[in-house]
Ligand binder design. Structure first.
Ligand code: DAK
Length: 257
């Protein structure tokens, strides 16, 4: 099984716990982490001792505060599109279509690619201090890992427009009301609650679970995701993307006038 410094896996009582372990940069996703997560999920898929997967972030501040802005700030339009596609293929669609239930245990900020990761999971439990948002427009980008599609599917068009176009974060309580989160609990209850749900699925037929996931996903097509990849790629190479990412790195507000 792939175990490394930035992605840690432990298995107990048929539940695999994957921890993204880069708390100094709030568990921001870079290419290395995406690859490691992909490898873990691949291994766990064929591990007969594992019936359900829980994904969380290290520390008490963030689940994942987005894709690693330092890494993607220099990407070209071509790289942006290619990497959006490979991110979908390697991780986000893999999770959404995984043959075993996947639960996100959201322990703090879930922003941009972090919220997209949580939304690719089949269920989400969060701590009371969690903050959820798609702030990509402040960087001159659109959500590129399925956010325009999965957020709209989960909370409806009106609220998805509001979250994506304002880039505002919402609280865990609001996320619960909108149906973006399944449960909100205190920090110390996060993993116990995720494991409680996991255990409820474990007692059921694995084949029926696999087919249920497939059937539910069948409600939604893939055309929207393809469209998102194309539009996301177009954002790279624009002067607004340069300004947005530069402003973040320089710790100032962007100027899109
Ligand atoms: N990337 C890189 N570093 C990050 C980061 C991120 N997304 N988020 C936080 N950090 C780093 C900070 O730079 C800081 O590092 P140092 O300055 O200490 O070296 C450290 O984590 C602690 O963060 P703060 O000092 O900012 O902590 P605060 O409590 O003051 O603020 C915050 C917490 C979560 C509100 C703030 O860190 C923040 O606004 N973070 C950025 C949120 C954000 O905009 N996330 C990115 C959304 S865009 C792609 C596909 C998809 C995407 C991109 C590319 N391709 C296929 C190419 C998706 C894009 C996104 O996710």
């Amino acid at each position: 099984m792939a175990d490394s410094k930035e992605v840690i896996v432990s298995v107990k009582d048929k539940i695999a716990l994957i921890t993204i372990n880069a708390p100094k940069r709030l568990n921001a996703l870079n290419r290395k982490i995406i690859k490691e997560l992909h490898q873990c999920l691949y291994d766990l898929k064929y591990d007969a001792n594992v019936r359900v997967v829980v994904i969380t972030g290290a520390g008490e501040k963030a689940f994942v505060a987005g894709a690693d802005i330092k890494e993607f700030a220099s990407f070209s339009r071509k790289q942006g599109k290619e990497l959006a596609q490979s991110g979908h293929d390697l991780l986000f669609n893999k999770i959404a279509n995984y043959s075993k239930p996947v639960i996100a245990a959201v322990n703090g900020f879930a922003l941009g690619g972090g919220l997209e990761l949580a939304m690719a999971c089949h269920m989400r439990v969060a701590t009371t201090n969690a903050k959820l948002g798609q702030p990509e427009v402040s960087l001159g980008l659109i959500p590129g890992y399925g956010g325009t599609q999965r957020l709209t599917q989960l909370i409806g068009k009106g609220k998805a427009f509001e979250m994506i176009l304002t880039g505002d974060m919402i609280t865990a309580e609001e996320g619960l009301k909108l149906g973006l989160l399944n449960y909100v609990v205190a920090q110390e209850e996060l993993l116990p609650k995720a494991f409680e749900i996991a255990n409820k699925t474990i007692k059921n037929s694995p084949e029926a679970l696999r087919k249920s996931i497939k059937a539910i996903n069948g409600v939604f097509g893939n055309i929207g995701l393809q469209n998102e990849v194309e539009l996301f790629g177009q954002c790279f190479g624009t002067s607004e993307f340069k300004e947005g990412t530069q402003a973040f790195l320089e710790k100032r507000k962007p100027n899109f006038d």
